[in-house]
Design a protein around this ligand. Sequence first.
Ligand code: FAD
Ligand code: UDP
Length: 380
Amino acid sequence: MFDYLIVGAGYAGSVLAERLAKGLNKKVLIIDKRNHIAGNAYDHYNEDGILVHKYGPHIFHTNSKDVFDYLSKFTEWHNYQHKVLASIDGQMVPMPINLNTINSLYGLNLSSADVEDFFASKAEDVKQVLTSEDVVVSKVGRELYEKFFKGYTRKQWELDPSELDASVTARVPTRTNKDDRYFTDTYQAMPLHGYTRMFEKMLSHPNIKIMLNTSYQDIMDEISYKKLIFTGPVDEYFNYCYGKLPYRSIDFKFETLDNAPFQPTGTVNYPNDYAFTRITEFKYLTGQEHRKTSIVYEFPKAEGDPYYPIPKAENAVLYKKYQALADQLSNTHFVGRLATYKYYNMDQVVAQALSTFKKILNQENSIPASDEKNILKSKN
Ligand code: FAD
Ligand code: UDP
C-alpha cells in the first residue's frame, strides 16, 4: 500500500513527492498520463540536438529565496535575464513599455521625468481599476493600450481585455527607466542542464515510484493508497458536476533553422499581426551553443490541453464551487495551476507545494482525534 498517490508529475506533484519521500519517509506513487515527467516545464533535445521546451518557453524567475534554494538542491543554474521585443508599426521595441520604447516608437528623446509626464498626459481617469483594459489605459492611455495590449490579449484569450480580470495585464509593468528586462525578480536563471534533468533529480528517491502513460481514471480503483494529491484540472476530478471550467490552450509550432540567430532577443511579441502571439528562440534562454537554431510559434486556441485558467469573475465563482467540494476531502490535497485554477508561474506552484507540505507535516504531527479524546478523559 502506498502512503500517497500523486496525480501529475509537474512542479506541484514532483515537489510534494520529493518532500514526502525525503522529508517524511513516505512511500509515494506518482503517475502522469503523459509519457514524461516535468509537466508543462518538460524540455528535451530535438532531432537536431537543440534543447527545446515542448509546452512553450519557460523562463524561471522568483523573488522567493526559499523557492530558489529548494530547487537549487536539484540543479545548477545558468544566469539568464529574459528580454522581449514587441513588433509595433513595423518596428521592434522593448516590452514591457519603457523609456526606450516610447523614444523609439515616437522618435523622441525624452528623459525619465519627461516620460512620466507623457504617460500622465495620456492616462485615462479610471475610477476603479477592475479589468485588464483599466490597468493599461489608466497608466499609459488608449493609444499604447491598443498598440501593445488589445490585439495580443484578444488573440491569447479570445476575450477583450475589458472582460478579463485586472491581474492578467498587470503581470506586465510599465517603466519610466531604460530597464529592458521582462522580469525584475531577484532570482532569474535557467536550470543548467534543463528542467527535465532537474525533475529527474527531484524524483530520484527509493521511496518514489513513477508510472507514466497512466491516467488517474485508469488506476484509481486498482491501486491502494492512504492519501491522494491531485494536480490535474479540479473540474475533471469532480466529473464536471458543476460544468466545465474554461481553460485556454495553445498549438506550438516548432521550426529548426540553419541560420542563427533568427531574431534579436529571446522572444518577439506580435500583438497586431499574424495568428500567433509570439516567437521564442530557445538558444537565448538555454545558452546552448549550436550551429542551428530552434524557434517556437504560439497559436492560442480554445480546445486542447488545458494550459491557462482564465481569470474572469464568473470563472472564479464556478471554481469556488469546486473548491468547496475539495475542502470537504481531508485526505485529498489539490495543488497546482490546474487543481487550484490559478494563473501561477512555476515558482508560485513550488511555493504552494512547499506550503501544502508544511500543512501535511502539521497534520502528521498532530494528535489523532481518538487519542485527543483519551487525553481529555484522563485529564478529567
Ligand atoms: P502541470 O505542469 O500542468 O502538471 C500537471 C500534470 O498532471 C501534467 O503533466 C498532466 O499530464 C498531469 N495530469 C493531469 N490530469 C491527469 C490525470 N487525470 N491523470 C494523470 N495525470 C494527469 N511559468 C513560469 O514561471 N515562467 C514561464 O516562462 C512560464 N511560461 C509558460 C508558458 C506556457 C505556454 C505555459 C502553458 C505555462 C507557462 N508557465 C510559466 C507556467 C508553468 O507551466 C506552470 O506554473 C507549472 O508548470 C505548473 O505546474 P503544475 O504542476 O501545477 O501543472
Ligand atoms: N500582454 C499583452 N501584450 C504583450 C504581452 C502581454 O497584451 O506584448 C498581456 C496578455 O493579455 C498576456 C498577459 O499580458 O496574456 C500576460 O503576459 P505574460 O507574458 O505574462 O503571459 P504568459 O507568459 O503567461 O503567457
